[in-house]
Design a protein. Structure first.
Length: 384
């Protein structure tokens, strides 16, 4: 028996938590938590404390659950990161991502946390964080960066180091990496270097238009250090077989990304014995010729990206009903009220966060990503 929980909204004095869960009667439970500060008049330190208090209170209500990945969205990393690190004092309890993508609700910080129950967790010496259950090891990493001279060199070094980390764990980029997030400072100028480096490194790892790429979001994001032009988060699974991995295309609505010179998958789903994980990449208002749809109209762009994501989910046998979280990126903060209203009307029961983050093409005003989980029984594979 599967318990598929609708979103539970938990209100606190100065913060709120949006929580969804996928919890089988036996086996690994999964939780997605979006934590928002509701009193924007608080100082930054007070907001962090309110956010962490709310997160901790809800965590205590989830027996056996541990956090395996967190992403903090900050409004001003240069002035906020050091204090956040000092206050959280979490050490290596999970993979940690921190990026300047200002929450658009007027607060200074928000949090997305992904939790699992009935897993064994540990930090590995190479910086990866492992969550293990049965046949699988889920490997997370966050906030990887370096100070190479250009965005191209930074991306190249990030990927090469990650390849080596995976090799240390008996994995490869092509066979085991399921998802990346690439945050690019001044994306309008630096994204080309990221694309060039990724294309070239992928070629060396047998990731080509003839094989496959990796689901990814490449999006604007600032780090505290101005010399850091690129930062990467990543997720891989050890113990998986190629038969379990499928790539999503939705060719009626989207084109293969290599047709316009980039190398990522629109989405990926992974079949386990008891569920299907669906990872939807950052998706914007694009057609199957690679063209921007509805230039200058954020309402129509929002509706088109929904249609695109809906088609990707359908290819995985899912609908938006199975989505457990959403992240929405806006180029122009003045579009927030319009886009939030649209999302709230259609998805009132989904944890979501809206952040300021330019998409990789200036004509795209809005982008979204999501994660979905669908119950299934597939005796070919071990349960998660």
């Amino acid at each position: 028996m599967i318990i598929f929980a609708a979103m539970k909204k938990i209100e606190f004095d100065k913060a709120c938590v949006e929580l969804t869960a996928f919890k089988p009667a036996n086996g690994v439970g999964e939780y997605h938590m979006m934590v928002h500060v509701t009193d924007a008049t608080l100082t930054y330190e007070e907001q962090v404390e309110a956010l962490l208090d709310a997160y901790s209170a809800v965590l205590q209500q989830l027996p056996g659950a541990v956090t395996v990945f967190k992403r903090y969205f900050m409004s001003d990393a240069a002035n906020q990161l050091d204090m956040l690190l000092a206050i959280t004092t979490e050490g290596t309890d999970c993979a940690l991502s921190m990026v300047q993508q200002a929450p658009l609700d007027g607060s200074k910080i928000a949090l997305w946390a992904y939790l699992m129950s009935d897993v064994h967790v540990r930090a590995l010496s190479n910086g990866l964080f492992e969550a293990k259950h049965g046949a699988y090891r889920h490997l997370w990493t966050g906030s990887n960066n370096n100070h190479a001279a250009t965005s191209e060199y930074q991306m190249r070094l990030l990927l090469n180091e990650y390849v080596m980390n995976l090799i240390e764990e008996g994995c490869t980029l092509a066979d085991n990496c399921m998802r990346t997030w690439i945050f690019v400072q001044n994306i309008d100028n630096n994204y080309a270097g990221v694309v060039k480096a990724r294309n070239e490194v992928f070629m060396t790892q047998n990731l080509t238009s003839e094989t496959h790429f990796i689901a990814s979001t490449g999006i604007g994001g600032r780090m505290a250090d101005p010399k850091t032009l690129v930062q990467m988060d990543a997720y891989a699974v050890d113990g998986i077989t190629q038969e379990q991995i499928h790539y999503l295309y939705a060719r009626t609505h989207l084109n293969p990304t290599y047709e316009y010179g980039v190398s990522f998958e629109r989405g990926t789903y992974i079949d386990y014995g008891d569920r299907r994980h669906v990872l939807i990449s950052g998706t914007a208002s694009i057609n199957n010729k690679g063209e921007i749809m509805y230039r200058g109209d954020v309402r129509q762009q929002t509706r088109r990206l929904w249609e695109n994501v809906e088609m990707l989910l359908a290819e995985a046998g899912c609908t938006f009903d199975e989505a457990l979280q959403m992240i929405v990126y806006l180029r122009d903060i003045s579009d927030y009220s319009v886009v939030k209203t649209l999302f709230d009307e259609r998805f009132p029961d989904k944890p979501k966060v809206f952040v300021s983050a330019p998409v990789c093409r200036s004509g795209w005003l809005v982008e979204m990503e999501c994660i979905a989980v669908k119950a299934q029984t597939d005796e070919r594979f071990a349960a998660l």
